[in-house]
Design a protein around this ligand. Structure first.
Ligand code: PLP
Length: 363
């Protein structure tokens, strides 16, 4: 690989496109004749303003974000996890009922945090391998919003369409599949995502919020989490994560130039199929625990059911070949290949070839 790079299958922070990193390197000491690195610029200066404006414009074009939605670049100290608190604080009054669909670890965590601020109803609980049948969901008649996680990073369970919640405000955690596919933003009241998987380095959390949901924060809401304050100051109430926003901007511009999110989705489907096909072709040597209808295009967990000891060997042998971070999350074990937008097809093919070779040696 160029620059002696490995294929990095980490769940995040994850790999970035090589040409974006090269651009950042070229810009490092002197961004476009400004005589400064982006890291050294005032966030109030015209240079940084042009960077954040371009990033927002490109993201709006990519996701076709309607005009009645505001894009916030929020500080990620606490990351998308901070939104687990910001959402109930901004949307729900004390005592309000809020619905949570739990399909894995992250939606469970989001619900746990919301309990501090609102009356949480868990309206559906998955088995960590599938999405429960929508006909069994017990949506509350008076819920202020319904929260779900579009892609469970640890379990590899991904919704293939936004859940139908009637006229309720839908809140989507898209941290691990943001900008991996086109989405109909108008189906959601809020979409939020940490940057460090598909779009840039850790440090910024994107919040796309419908304008009528802004301005209802409880008085105790920390000022930094108040969407009205962040929107009013155009994500510059205080110093924003300037460099992370700049890097996200480079990634957005590249995605737009290369055909937008339809092209991204086609590439992601192709990559995921290579791995799921390799699992299926192994005659049971490898197993994907997830219901085929909701298998994630981003995070592919798999096991070696006949002999879990071989999993460690697999992970170590892959690392020796320059394919790193294939260990499953510590809470579930096994292996997990995270194949975000920036993982090249070549990396996935190399992994599939290695899986075949390893199975032949150990079957
Ligand atoms: N939600 C999902 C789906 C995630 O995968 C993660 C992190 O992996 C988070 C939330 C938390 O993100 P952060 O680490 O930015 O708080």
């Amino acid at each position: 690989q160029p620059h002696g790079r490995v294929f990095n299958f980490s769940a995040g922070p994850a790999c970035l496109p090589v040409d974006v990193l090269e651009q950042a390197q070229a810009d490092m000491l002197n961004w476009r004749g400004s005589g400064m690195s982006v890291m050294e610029m005032s966030h109030r200066g015209k240079e940084f303003q042009s960077i954040i404006d371009a990033a927002e414009a490109d993201l709006r074009a990519l996701l076709a974000i309607p005009d009645n939605y505001t894009v916030l670049f929020m500080q990620a100290r606490g990351g998308a996890s901070t939104q687990f608190s910001a959402i109930p604080l901004n949307l729900a009054a004390e005592g309000d009922v809020v619905d949570y669909i739990v399909t894995g670890s992250w939606s469970k965590k989001a619900a746990g945090e919301a309990k501090k601020y609102a009356k949480v109803d868990i309206v559906a609980t998955g088995d960590n391998k599938s999405v429960p049948d929508p006909s069994t969901w017990n949506l509350s008649a008076d819920a202020t919003y319904v929260h779900y996680c579009d892609n469970e990073t640890i379990q590899g369970v991904e919704f293939k369409a936004a859940p139908a919640v009637g006229d309720k405000v839908l809140v989507a955690d898209m941290s691990s599949n943001f900008c991996s596919k086109p989405v109909d933003v108008s189906k959601c009241g809020i979409i939020y995502a940490g940057a460090q998987k598909n779009i840039g380095p850790a440090g910024v959390t994107i919040v796309i919020v419908r304008n009528d949901l802004i301005g209802n924060a409880r008085p105790i809401t920390p000022v930094m989490l108040d969407y009205a304050v962040q929107a009013g100051d155009k994500s510059m109430y205080n110093t924003p994560p300037c460099y992370s926003i700049y890097m996200c901007g480079l990634v957005f511009a590249k995605m737009r130039a290369e055909g937008g999110l339809d092209a991204v989705l086609a590439a992601n489907e192709k990559k995921a199929n290579v791995l799921y096909d390799a699992i299926a072709a192994s005659n049971g040597f490898y197993n994907s625990p997830v219901d085929p209808a909701v298998r994630s295009l981003m995070n592919v967990p798999f096991t070696i059911p006949s002999n879990a000891d071989l999993e460690k060997e697999f992970i170590a042998a892959a690392a020796k070949r320059g394919m790193i971070q294939l260990k499953g999350h510590r809470s579930v074990g096994g292996m997990r290949a995270s194949i975000y937008n920036s993982m090249p097809l070549e990396g996935v093919q190399q992994l599939a070839d290695f899986m075949k070779e390893f199975a032949a040696q150990h079957a």
